[in-house]
Design a protein around this ligand. Structure first.
Ligand code: NDP
Length: 393
C-alpha cells in the first residue's frame, strides 16, 4: 500500500545537473529522500560529473548535450540508464514519462526549448534559468496556463515573493521589492571600476554561484534580469517592481500590499531553501538546513541602489517596459559581454556599454513568437561580439 510520504515523493528531472544549482538540487534530494526522487539528469559537456550524479541517484535517464563526450559518460556509469545526447536528447529528457517536475538550471538560453517541451508534456517547471523568462516570459507563462502546469520559481528572490504572495490577490500588491546584495563592488567608487578584474568580480560576498550569474551580480544585471523575471512570473507591471540593496542577503525579497503592510521571506543564503520549497510546495518539510539564529543577526541593512554607477538596473527597466524582443536582446548582449570580460577582452564597465549600444540599435518586435525571439537573440549576440572584437581585436 502507498504511504502518505511515498505518494508525495516528487519525480524530478534536473537540466543543468552539473552546475551550482544542480549540485544544490542533489543536496536537497539527499536531504529529503522521501519527498524528492531524481529520475532524469542532463548537462552540457561535463561527462564525469554527470556520471557521478547519475551513479549516486540512479536516475533512469541521463543526457549529455555534447555528443563527443558520450563515451566518457558511458565508461564512467556504474549502471545502465537510458542515455540521450544532443539538443534533441535534452528535449526528450525534459518530457520523460513518469517525471512530474523539470528543474531548469541551464545557464543561458539553452533551457528555453526543453522548458517549453516539458510544459507541453504536462510537467511542472521549477525555473532557476531566469534567462528563459526574460527572453520569452510571455510565451512560457501562456503555455503553462494553457497546459495547466505550475511554474515554480527557484531564484531565491522570486521564491521569496512566491511565498509572500500565497493566498493573496495580485490586485492587492502595491510593490514587489527585490533585494540585492549589491555584489562585491557595492561600495567601490566608480573611478575604480576600470581596474576591476574577473578574479575580483567572481568573489561574491554572500552567494556561491556559477561564474555567469556571479558576474551579473557584480554588474547588477542579475537584478535587472530578475526585475523582468518577476514581471512575468507574477503578472505585475515593471513600474511596481523595485530593487533595494540588502548586503546581508537574509531577506530574500518583499511584497508590499495595498494597505501598506509588507511581507518578507528570510533565511540564510543557501539555494537549497528555494529549491526544496519548489519541490515540496505547498508543503513545508523538515530538513537539515540551519534555521536563522536571530541572536547572531546583528543588523539587517537596506539601501537605495547606486543607479548612475550601475546602469544595468535602468537598462533592464527600459527593456522590461518596452518589452517585445528587447529583453532577449539585452540578455544575449549581456551574455556575450560577460564572456568577453571573463576572457579579459573587455573591461568591467564595457559590459554595460556593450549592452546599451546593442539595445539602442534594436527595434523591438511586440508580442514576438519563439522564432522572432531567437532571431533577436542571435542578432544581439553578433552585434555584441562585434563590439567586443572592436574593443579588443
Ligand atoms: P553553472 O554555470 O554552475 O551551471 C550551468 C549548468 O548548465 C551546467 O550543468 C552546464 O553543464 C549546463 N549547461 C550549460 N549550457 C548548457 C546547454 N546548452 N545545454 C544543457 N546544459 C547546459 O550555472 P548555475 O547553476 O549558477 O546557474 C544555472 C541557472 O540558474 C542560471 O540561469 C542562473 O542564472 C540561475 N540561478 C543560479 C543561482 C545560483 O545560486 N547558482 C541562483 C539563482 C538562479 P556542464 O557542466 O556540462 O557545462
Amino acid at each position: 500500500m502507498m504511504t502518505e510520504t511515498s505518494r508525495k515523493r516528487k519525480r524530478v528531472v534536473i537540466l543543468g545537473a552539473t552546475g551550482s544549482i544542480g549540485e544544490s538540487a542533489l543536496k536537497v534530494a539527499r536531504d529529503i529522500p522521501d519527498r524528492m526522487e531524481i529520475v532524469g539528469l542532463a548537462a552540457n559537456r561535463n561527462a564525469e560529473k554527470l556520471a557521478a550524479a547519475a551513479n549516486e541517484t540512479r536516475a533512469q535517464s541521463v543526457c549529455l548535450v555534447d555528443e563527443t563526450k558520450i563515451d566518457i559518460l558511458t565508461s564512467e556509469l556504474e549502471y545502465k540508464p537510458r542515455i540521450f545526447a544532443g539538443e534533441e536528447g535534452l528535449r526528450e529528457v525534459a518530457c520523460l514519462t513518469g517525471a512530474e517536475m523539470v528543474l531548469v538550471a541551464i545557464v543561458g538560453t539553452g533551457g528555453l526549448r526543453p522548458a517549453l517541451a516539458a510544459i507541453e508534456a504536462g510537467k511542472d517547471l521549477a525555473v532557476a534559468s531566469k534567462e528563459i523568462l526574460v527572453m520569452a516570459g510571455e510565451i512560457v507563462m501562456r503555455e503553462a496556463r494553457d497546459s495547466n502546469v505550475h511554474v515554480l520559481p527557484v531564484d531565491s528572490e522570486h521564491n521569496a515573493i512566491f511565498q509572500c504572495l500565497e493566498g493573496k490577490h495580485s490586485l492587492d500588491v502595491r510593490r514587489i521589492i527585490l533585494t540585492a546584495s549589491g555584489g562585491p563592488f557595492r561600495e567601490t567608487p566608480r573611478k575604480n571600476f576600470d581596474a576591476i578584474t574577473p578574479g575580483q568580480a567572481l568573489k561574491h560576498p554572500t552567494w556561491n554561484m556559477g561564474p555567469k550569474i556571479t558576474i551579473d551580480s557584480a554588474t547588477l544585471f542579475n537584478k535587472g534580469l530578475e526585475m523582468i523575471e518577476a514581471h512575468w512570473l507574477f503578472g505585475v507591471e515593471m513600474k511596481r517592481v523595485e530593487v533595494v540593496i540588502h548586503p546581508q542577503s537574509i531577506v530574500h525579497s518583499m511584497v508590499e500590499f495595498a494597505d501598506g503592510s509588507a511581507l518578507a521571506q528570510l533565511s540564510y543564503s543557501n539555494m537549497c531553501f528555494p529549491i526544496q520549497y519548489a519541490v515540496t510546495w505547498p508543503d513545508r518539510v523538515p530538513n537539515s538546513l540551519p534555521p536563522l539564529d536571530f541572536s547572531k543577526l546583528s543588523r539587517l541593512e537596506f539601501f537605495t541602489p547606486r543607479y548612475d554607477d550601475f546602469p544595468a538596473l535602468d537598462l533592464a527597466r527600459r527593456a522590461g517596459e518596452i518589452g517585445g524582443t528587447l529583453p532577449a536582446v539585452m540578455n544575449a548582449a549581456n551574455e556575450v559581454a560577460v564572456a568577453g570580460f571573463l576572457g579579459r577582452q573587455v573591461s568591467f564597465q564595457d559590459i554595460w556599454q556593450i549592452v546599451e549600444e546593442v539595445m539602442n540599435r534594436h527595434t523591438s518586435v511586440a508580442h514576438p513568437d519563439l522564432d522572432a525571439i531567437l532571431e533577436a537573440d542571435q542578432w544581439a549576440r553578433k552585434e555584441a561580439q562585434g563590439r567586443v572584437t572592436s574593443i579588443n581585436p
